[in-house]
Design a protein around this ligand. Structure first.
Ligand SMILES: Nc1ncnc2c1ncn2[C@@H]1O[C@H](COP(=O)(O)OP(=O)(O)OP(=O)(O)O)[C@@H](O)[C@H]1O
Ligand SMILES: [Mg+2]
Length: 262
């Protein structure tokens, strides 16, 4: 697996500034600012209950922040709803059921490609369009390493790992600028997990990804940069090496054992 050469000089494509979210007395997101550079894989780690999923919800638009701003490139998207953010290029995968279970893998992908095409090329209605859509759907299935023998299977009959790859492929159909991934490896066996790791790795440089993951080995291998969230606050951001050796991170979260394992 190659470590990236992306540097912080690549442009920022997504930015959250000073986000706050309270659930009653609980300050779940407490002044979070985070930046995603073009094409980077940005890991977000932190203990259970730190507020990682809440942050993903705030970024995706499935929760409204009490305070703070969000920018996709230079556009202020703070007021946009989740589906409007998707249309602007912000995709969210996993812990979201965007798979139609009764439809086959290819039918699901066709629908997703069609939806993306409709919103971006309303005028595009040539007689070859169906063939082109099908080719695009097949390419996605191939890129996401979905076993070709399963392309005609109903989504509900897919093994768990293939289901996850299909979800990933569906999120990619709209060619997103930014992809938010909340624990994509959850519930996967080691083989499936490795395949998904490779798939995420293959997207490096194309789509910027914010990756929440408890599998430290996967995060430290994949991420160009890592942010550490503890009790609703980002306590450190940096390269995997910087995070591994950061005293405050070691004390608050990682401990000696897991840093060595990573
Ligand atoms: N809708 C909600 N209403 C009230 N409290 C909530 C809500 N969603 C999350 N919380 C609380 O906010 C805190 C942060 O939760 P969150 O799910 O964001 O953590 P997390 O870092 O994703 O944890 P995990 O690693 O276990 O997935 C927790 O204390 C949780 O109980
Ligand atoms: Mg969570």
């Amino acid at each position: 697996m190659t470590q990236s050469t992306l540097s912080t000089s690549t442009p920022v494509v997504f930015q959250a500034q000073n986000l706050h979210k309270r659930f009653g007395a609980l300050h779940a997101t407490n002044g979070v600012s985070i930046e995603l550079h073009k094409g980077e894989i940005h890991g977000l780690i932190g203990p259970n209950g730190a507020g990682k999923s809440t942050l993903i919800h705030l970024l995706a638009g499935t929760l409204r922040p009490d305070q703070g701003q969000l920018f996709l490139a230079t556009e202020n998207i703070t007021g946009l709803r989740a589906h409007q953010r998707v249309a602007q290029g912000l995709a969210r995968s996993f812990q979201v059921t965007n798979v139609f279970n009764e439809y086959t893998v290819l039918e699901n992908l066709l629908l997703a490609v069609q939806a993306a095409t409709d919103s971006s090329f309303k005028f595009w209605k040539s007689r070859d369009s169906e063939t082109q859509l099908l080719e695009q759907a097949q390419r996605l299935a191939q890129d996401c390493a979905i076993d070709a023998s399963l392309w005609q299977s109903q989504a509900k009959h897919l093994p768990h790992g293939e289901q996850r790859k299909l979800e990933f492929a569906l999120s990619l159909a709209a060619d997103p600028v930014v992809m938010l991934l909340d624990e994509p490896m959850a519930g996967m066996g080691p083989d499936e997990s490795l395949r998904l790791t490779e798939l995420i790795e293959s997207m490096r440089g194309k789509t910027s990804m914010l990756l929440v993951e408890h599998d430290m080995q996967a995060v430290f291998r994949l991420a160009d940069r890592i942010s550490v969230l503890v009790a609703g606050q980002i306590i450190a951001s940096g390269t995997p090496d910087e995070i591994r050796h950061d005293e405050s991170v070691k004390n608050a979260y990682l401990g000696d054992e897991s840093t060595e394992a990573a």
